[in-house]
Design a protein around this ligand. Structure first.
Ligand SMILES: [Zn+2]
Length: 203
């Protein structure tokens, strides 16, 4: 099978390979690595290492931990619905929940120059909440699972209680983010979750 480039010119680049009807490996591999062309990550990859970018990792937000977030280099290995998977390339300097070589998951958010690490627990709880972007920087994710935030912000609220809405400090800039409960998710309980009146209403 011959590779068909323009006559007299060397076959260059992906564009030529994609137009070819032959399925040369060089045409298939970039296509599988669709994170490389995901618009959320545009401009973030290193030119010479097209799967490597910086990700903000953390042990949690400011209500949960005093350890600060760090940026580390990560090789992206997968993507599903804008949730990316990758391997951490360097050892964090002071964080405890992430190590060099570990697989992590992360998302890109408005307001952040880099994608941020998310936990499995956060990913499970995320669909039940509407996170209003930070009023200062626009960040629209959290470092903590909402249930963990509720436990520390409202220590007297009974276990399992759901707040209608509450505010939290943006883990990137210290601004204010508001969380609104959007969906009870689990319908199997005998009663709807106990709701607490919002105290944050200032506008
Ligand atoms: Zn912010």
């Amino acid at each position: 099978m011959t590779h068909r480039g323009p006559k007299g010119a060397p076959a260059i680049g992906v564009a030529v390979a994609f137009k070819s009807t032959s399925f040369a490996p060089s045409a298939i591999i970039p296509n599988l690595m669709h994170w490389r062309t995901n618009p959320k990550l545009t401009g973030l990859f290193l030119p010479n290492h097209p799967d490597d970018l910086q990700v903000v990792i953390h042990d949690g937000g400011p209500r949960i931990t005093s350890r600060r977030a760090e940026a580390v280099w990560v090789t992206v290995t997968g993507e599903e619905s804008d949730v990316f998977t990758g391997r951490v390339l360097n050892q964090p300097t002071q964080l405890q929940s992430v190590r060099q070589g570990q697989q992590i998951r992360f998302v890109m958010s408005a307001g952040s120059p880099h994608p941020v690490l998310i936990t499995d627990k956060y990913l499970r709880e995320r669909p039940s909440w509407r996170i209003h972007p930070c009023q200062k920087c626009g960040f629209s994710e959290l470092f903590d699972a909402p249930s963990d935030l509720i436990r520390v912000v409202f220590p007297n609220v009974p276990e399992g209680a759901i707040m209608d809405a509450f505010t939290s400090f943006c883990p990137l800039c210290g601004g204010v983010q508001m969380l609104e409960f959007a969906d009870s998710g689990d319908e199997s309980g005998p009663l709807p979750p106990q709701k607490t009146k919002p105290w944050w209403k200032i506008w």
